[in-house]
Design a binder for this molecule. Structure first.
Ligand code: PLP
Length: 218
């Protein structure tokens, strides 16, 4: 689907739920997509992108940034603590803050650099054992500990369990964000972003609908 079509669907979804036009940020998820296709989407004016792998992002985004001013890059994949330093240099926003040890690392990097990327806390709304993220019942304490470390998370991110209705997960994320004074909500992907917009998403993460199916990462 073209960028224009996705943008049109987003505008319709904003209007349908009484959201202001432009109030939802489209994060174009470009992981493992061919450079030529990413360049096309940049040329069409898209500037906010999401990547899952530090190494892959490091290989392609410095070059794209040089050619396309105003890029805003979001880390949306699991972040190893030993790649956090590289990540804060590459990314404007880290959406996958998912554990205390990573918060500590990001806090010490922020202190050393005098600045921090934007931060979303990833919540494991389905309490899936294999999935990253703070468990809903632990979120309040985690937010408090981030603030004690001078980190200022701006919102929450979730990836609902595969094959389940995302609605209860989006609702839970919205409630947790409101309860913790976090204004932003990253939720909704290719298959459900309109639902997420209706439920208050401020950021949607759209990959395959925009770029086409990904070939599996080898
Ligand atoms: C890959 C990915 C997406 C994009 O998923 P699509 O279904 O292709 O839109 C969104 N969020 C996260 C965290 C991802 O890893």
């Amino acid at each position: 689907m073209s960028l224009a079509e996705i943008r049109h669907r987003l505008t319709q979804a904003e209007a349908a739920s009484g959201r202001a036009p432009g109030s939802v940020t489209l994060v174009a998820v470009s992981k493992v997509q061919p450079d030529a296709r990413v360049r096309e989407v940049l040329t069409e004016g898209q500037r906010v992108f999401g990547e899952n792998y530090v190494q892959e992002a490091g290989a392609k985004w410095p070059g794209f940034r040089a050619d396309f001013p105003g890029v805003e890059l979001h880390m949306i994949g699991p972040l190893q603590t030993n790649k956090a330093k590289q990540a804060v240099e590459l990314f404007d926003v880290i959406q996958s803050l998912d554990r205390p040890s990573l918060a500590q690392k990001l806090a010490s990097l922020a202190q050393a650099r005098g600045k921090s990327p934007g931060l979303f806390i990833q919540v494991n709304t389905g309490s899936e054992p294999q999935k990253a993220g703070i468990l809903p019942q632990d979120l309040g304490a985690f937010v408090a500990s981030c603030r004690t470390m001078d980190l200022s998370p701006q919102g929450l991110m979730c990836i609902p369990p595969e094959g389940q209705d995302p609605v209860p997960h989006f609702a839970q994320l919205a409630k947790l964000a409101a309860d913790n004074g976090l204004p932003q909500l990253s939720m909704g992907m290719s298959s459900d972003f309109e639902t997420a917009v209706a439920m208050g998403a401020t950021h949607i993460r759209v990959g395959s609908a925009l770029f086409g199916a990904r070939s599996p990462k080898s």
